[in-house]
Design a protein around this ligand. Structure first.
Ligand SMILES: Nc1ncnc2c1ncn2[C@@H]1O[C@H](COP(=O)(O)OP(=O)(O)OP(=O)(O)O)[C@@H](O)[C@H]1O
Ligand SMILES: [Mg+2]
Length: 269
């Protein structure tokens, strides 16, 4: 069964602002999906349908066979966690600890389980030192990490991150990608939105490309190598693809590229 089934989903904020038009997508379990698209293409609006923050005006969205509607919100949010792009929308407690504890408490964890889940999440994302700080006066990247820890503490089956990479320093970004790999290897389905075609190319299995509220293309991450498609989506082909496009080699990450080049130079010498 597909873990996410979206059928003919449309959403307009106003008559003039049609954000989503007739979106139909299916997502299989345990995949790493990147949703890409230019500014205003509908990525965040689409994500807000996943946990019912926005309910469909037309069409439907099902998570593990359950339709997202007012009545199913509690059950849906047990199996699906989202970190939105603006952490200020998600942080409201007086301390980081309390913010991260909110989700597990809401799921009915006992207090000692809450403590364990919070400590684990804070240590995983490397922000134990912020535990007693007030979220509202943290830096943007720190707030982002707190919001991410809030979802990690619940370890839902499906984890969704809206623009998770923006605002993270290079070390934190690498750590976060490592965490995502671990979560995926433990069976989690991961969905991210990003403009960063280079990270998407190296990280995701599959992509969904949006343009003006419609699905322009979906399928293997190799779609990002299609220059005409990328131009139409107002994106660009990944840097590694650019470097290797005149060869038959298609390394998707720096380590793979290094490996290939080392082999090549060894042969030549
Ligand atoms: N709260 C809102 N009220 C009215 N229009 C909105 C609202 N939120 C988004 N829109 C509009 O809906 C469309 C889709 O916006 P959305 O935020 O989903 O795009 P996005 O792909 O996430 O963009 P970005 O890459 O900039 O984050 C845009 O035209 C946007 O102006
Ligand atoms: Mg957005």
């Amino acid at each position: 069964m597909d873990i996410v089934e979206i059928k003919n989903l449309s959403y307009a904020y106003t008559h003039e602002t049609i954000a989503l038009q007739d979106i139909s997508i299916n997502i299989k379990e345990q995949r790493k999906i990147a949703i890409l698209g230019a500014n205003g293409s509908g990525k965040s609006t689409l994500l807000q349908h996943f946990n019912g923050l926005i309910l469909p005006q037309k069409g439907s969205i099902k998570i593990k066979g359950t339709s997202v509607c007012k009545e199913s919100l509690y059950d849906i949010r047990k199996i699906l966690g989202i970190v939105f792009d603006n952490p200020d929308d998600q942080l409201f407690s007086t301390t980081v600890y309390e913010d991260v504890a909110f989700g597990p408490r809401n799921l009915g964890y006992k207090e000692e389980e809450v403590e364990k889940a919070v400590e684990n999440a804070l240590s995983l994302i490397g922000i134990e030192d912020l535990k007693h700080r007030q979220p509202y006066n943290l830096s943007l990247g720190q707030k982002k990490k707190v919001a991410i820890a809030g979802v990690l503490a619940m370890e839902p089956e499906i984890m969704i991150f809206d623009e998770p990479f923006s605002g993270l320093d290079p070390y934190s970004l690498q750590q976060f990608i490592y965490i995502l790999e671990k979560l995926n290897s433990k069976g989690r389905t991961l969905i991210i939105t990003t403009h960063d075609v280079d990270i998407a190319y190296s990280w995701a299995d599959e992509c969904i490309i949006l343009k003006e509220g419609k699905v322009l293309a979906e399928g293997s991450i190799d779609l990002l190598e299609d220059e005409i498609l990328m131009e139409e989506a107002k994106l660009k082909t990944p840097n590694l693809y650019e470097v290797f496009s005149n060869t038959s080699m298609r390394p998707k990450n720096i380590n793979k590229a290094k490996e290939l080049l080392t082999k090549l130079f060894k042969k030549e010498n």
